[in-house]
Ligand binder design. Structure first.
Ligand code: ADP
Length: 257
């Protein structure tokens, strides 16, 4: 609906009550379920409390991990990080691991087909249906975004972290990871405890970071187009706390009817 023909009061009402999001939710759920008893189905949906369905996008080393951890702690949603899922797969030595190892080390994108299947499997779990979910690092291409839409998966909120590129380069050079726990440190701003053996991720090399950054920048607009009604940009060049506070405000404004 073109909102420029509506009065300011009506636009405010629509926004306050989140009416576009509500109708979009009912529309997609109905298409997904195709119930015989349409009205009964709609009434049940309206009585069910919606769960948060959040996507966080941001450049590599843009501080996504820290923000995602906070979101998971605050909203109790299931954290689905495709990077973590793929890195876990690498440790299994499976045929799939061999297939994706060199792609990941170079900082390139793993094929849409593999990642989409991984995510779809997780989203179908009962836990995701009950608690809601947070997608971290997915979708990374338009094909991935569309494949979610095709199965009726529509996020209620898409956070896009905007981070200056000089910050990213500094983080790439200094980032270290504890291979045992996955904890992330930075040699200057958050040094690992003395004696702890930490590693640099193979894809944090300057060349791999540049590939990752370029993939992200190239695909962002195409992905965002799929989420125009629910996406919001957050300035990721501030303190972790400030960013987290704004993300919370944005999620609260969009999640829940
Ligand atoms: P970052 O966001 O810092 O690049 P991630 O941990 O999210 O790191 O991802 C690490 C790597 O895993 C990516 O460089 C890519 O090879 C692979 N990967 C993660 N998510 C996806 C995805 N949605 N599609 C394709 N490849 C992915």
């Amino acid at each position: 609906m073109a909102t420029d023909q509506l009065s300011a009061e009506t636009v405010k009402y629509l926004a306050d009550k989140q009416i576009p999001q509500l109708f979009e939710f009912l529309y997609h759920e109905t298409l997904l379920t195709r119930p015989t008893d349409l009205i009964g189905h709609l009434l049940t949906l309206l009585k069910t409390k919606p769960v948060p369905k959040i996507v966080v996008m941001g450049p590599p080393l843009g501080g996504k991990t820290a923000q995602c951890e906070r979101i998971v702690a605050k909203y109790g949603v299931v954290h689905i990080s495709t990077g973590d899922l793929l890195r876990k797969e690498l440790t299994t030595g499976s045929a799939l691991a061999k297939q994706i190892q060199s792609t990941m080390n170079a900082g390139s994108l793993v094929s849409d087909q593999i990642v989409v299947q991984l995510v779809k499997d997780r989203l179908q779990s009962q836990e995701c249906k009950e608690k809601g979910w947070l997608l971290d690092g997915f979708p990374r291409t338009r094909v991935q975004a569309l494949s979610l839409q095709q199965v009726g998966v529509i996020p209620s909120c898409v956070i896009v972290l905007d981070v200056p590129s000089d910050l990213i380069v500094d983080r790439a050079e200094g980032r270290r990871v504890d291979p045992k726990t996955g904890r992330v440190y930075h040699v200057k701003s958050n040094p690992p405890p003395a004696g702890l053996e930490v590693e640099q991720r193979p894809d944090d090399s300057a060349s791999a970071v540049s590939v990752r950054l370029s993939n992200y920048t190239t695909n962002l607009a195409d992905i965002e187009e799929c989420y125009s009604s629910v996406s919001v940009h957050v300035n990721g060049g501030r303190t972790e706390e400030e960013i987290a506070n704004e993300i919370t405000e944005q999620i609260d404004a969009r999640v829940g009817r």
